[in-house]
Design a protein around this ligand. Sequence first.
Ligand code: GRF
Length: 189
Amino acid sequence: MSLINLAVLISGSGTNLQAIIDAVETGKIPSAKVAIVISNRAGAYGLERAKKHGINNVVLDKNNITGLLETLKNHEVDGIVLAGYLSILPPEVVKEYKNKIINIHPSLLPKYGGKGFYGIKVHEAVLAAGEKESGATAHFVDNGIDTGTMILQKKVKVLKSDTAESLQKKVLKVEHIVLVEAINKIFYK
Ligand code: GRF
């Protein structure tokens, strides 16, 4: 089986990226390579994670569509993973990589998804609504925001004692599991 070349797009700390790197290195994601890490923010700590693992990495402005398409092509990317990427992918990229782009979202979509629902805001909304459960969702990326077909979801209990921060921590752990499982489910079928 030839190696699956993955592109991972980030904007921040990159803990989801780290989960993918670890899974590739331990074989939990078999026969794959993180061919390129792309960040729209120069200061994203995820870039340091890539450098530590000798993984190609580049900063590209979110409006640099040509640069993004060229980078993906030059690295012969088979699949794209949005791992904390806080920007909307250009439709040209969504079209070019139709059904090969996965996003991870920190809620049980379709609830608490879409415009304005990202990072701690998601968990604040879940608590404000008095939800008894939350979780993480991996889904295909289409031209909407968190609207693509669902791939996988895992739940966590919301406790009365939870704060937005404690819920975020709980959900983040589950995101890492969901993302690795979704990659195996989609890119190896
Ligand atoms: C996480 O909450 C994730 O759900 C969202 O971006 C946040 C940062 O993730 N997609 P990471 O630590 O940068 O992977």
